[in-house]
Write a protein that binds this ligand. Structure first.
Ligand code: 13P
Length: 256
């Protein structure tokens, strides 16, 4: 049985002081939570402050990006070792905003995934179709391609540390989420791709849904066996709403 995993992607929000305040509140609100893996993924400059507050808590930390080289002349980039020293366990890779706005390619995502796994960071690999692709019936093709490309050349054994986040682009920040059934269908297709690459791993790898997940709709997603949690944007910025998502997820799990 895969353990549900809820991660909050803060994107470019919160200063270190704001981040500290948020996680101090969050920590209090989720003290009794059991059976759910939790992570916050703040901007890199907040990681130190967040680590100080959460070092002894059940809430893990994730980064939002990372470079594939260990060090060197890469102005503005951040290495795996830098993240690890700040207590980071997860790293979001290939988020659609990085792919669309910063023109990150599938090949770059793949290099980052390989580097993260080599350095014992757990990648959260984001995949998803645009509205146009969806309307043209290309959803399955697009996400299958992205998953294959991201995992190319990756050994089967560390794959257990990989999380895939299925985030349809049209559902991100729009308030319009995919239906739980549609998300589950696409996630089933993602598991078929994983089964091709690494037979058996399709039952181990966690696949989250992301795109306008809120406390009021998380239970619908968690009711689907295919869906192992969520990558939450807007609703992860306030301690109350993020804790609300986490707790609903826990309840649904207990009801199973
Ligand atoms: P929203 O939850 O704000 O739609 O963002 C989703 C997302 O992009 C998480 O990575």
């Amino acid at each position: 049985m895969r353990k549900p995993f809820i991660a909050g992607n803060w994107k470019m929000n919160k200063t270190p002081a704001e981040a500290r305040e948020m996680v101090e509140n969050l920590k209090e609100l989720v003290t009794d939570v059991e059976g759910v893996d939790m992570a916050v993924c703040p901007p890199a400059v907040d990681l130190d402050a967040v680590q100080e507050v959460l070092a002894d808590s059940e809430i893990s930390r994730g980064a939002q990006n990372m470079h594939w080289e260990s060090s060197g002349a890469f102005t503005g980039e951040i290495s795996a070792a830098m993240l690890q020293e700040l207590g980071v366990e997860y790293v979001i890779l290939g988020h659609s905003e990085r792919r669309e706005i910063f023109k990150e390619t599938d090949q770059e995502v793949n290099r980052k995934v390989q580097k993260a796994l080599k350095e014992n960071l757990k990648p959260i690999i984001c995949v998803g179709e645009t509205l146009e692709e969806r309307e043209n019936g290309k959803t399955r093709e697009k996400v299958s391609f992205q998953v294959k490309a991201a995992l190319a050349g990756v050994d089967s054994s560390p794959l257990t540390d990989v999380t895939i986040a299925y985030e349809p682009l049209w559902a991100i920040g729009t308030g319009e989420s995919a239906s739980a059934g549609d998300a589950a269908e696409t996630i089933a297709a993602i598991r078929e791709v994983i089964a091709e690459i690494a037979p058996g791993k399709e039952e181990e790898i966690r696949v989250q849904y992301g795109g306008s997940v809120k406390p009021h709709n998380i239970a619908e997603f968690m009711a689907e066996d295919q869906i192992d949690g969520a990558l939450v944007g807007g609703a992860s910025l306030e301690a109350e709403s993020f804790a609300g998502v986490i707790k609903k997820c826990q309840k649904e799990e207990q009801n199973h």
